[in-house]
Design a protein around this ligand. Sequence first.
Ligand code: ZN
Length: 286
Amino acid sequence: MNYKKIVLLISLGIVFIFIVIVGSNRFYTIDDEIKQKIKEEQIEREERKEKEQILRKKIEDLKYPLLVFTFDDGASSDYEIVYPMFREKGIKGTSFVVGNWINKDGFMNIEQIKEMLNGGWDIQGHTLEHKRLKELKSDEVVEQVIKNNERFKELGLPEPKHLALPYGQINEKDRSLLAEYRKTIRNVSSTSSGRTNNWEDIDFTSLNSVNIDTADVDRIKEDIDFAIETNSIIILYGHRIGEDDYQTPLNTLKEITDYIIEKNIETVTISEMYDRVIDFQDKVKQ
Ligand SMILES: [Zn+2]
């Protein structure tokens, strides 16, 4: 073996060792990087989880039970029976009135409505003529709401911002059209997806509500209890006070009103409920 060969072999040896060291180092580095990344991801996950828990707690702390007591059609009994009864108990209601029925026999007149407004009641819209919206064309549906605004204006009433659907029914494509004119749209029991509305995912254009006309009082009380237990929003609705079909029996009204007082669930108007939820949503975002 000559000198040149030895040098070559040594050189190759050095290169080989160099490759092995650099190579293993490289693998070692990649392995380290992966480990580091996994660690970082784990920390991120934990931080995210912690943030979610804090937000969850914040939401839970901001929620409370709320009740909205509404009456449809604007019957004269809203003023003659419900208004004085509620005033005595210190609670406020909401009347969804039909523009063209105001001042008609059996319905509230404009003076009565204005007195209730001054007394803290909310007067909102139940369309101009109480037609079955499902049977109308889209432009006719919108007209029922816009013309009710005009009717309110004509009578010197604040423009309605909330709607109770006549018969609780509407074609879904028209519901989204009406959402441009109203802050909320209230369903009836049969078209509601639940007994109450959740603060965090309330659907303003499809509010769940509970009818008090024919349902037995114990069932309604259970629904109120459910709202209290789950810190959710319950919307009750009745009609003319009376014993016939689609009327609210006086005894039912009395019993439920007493139960609301007994259970001390805060009762607000539909406008107040809307403002409270907006306020809640703002606080959650902060
Ligand atoms: Zn109605």
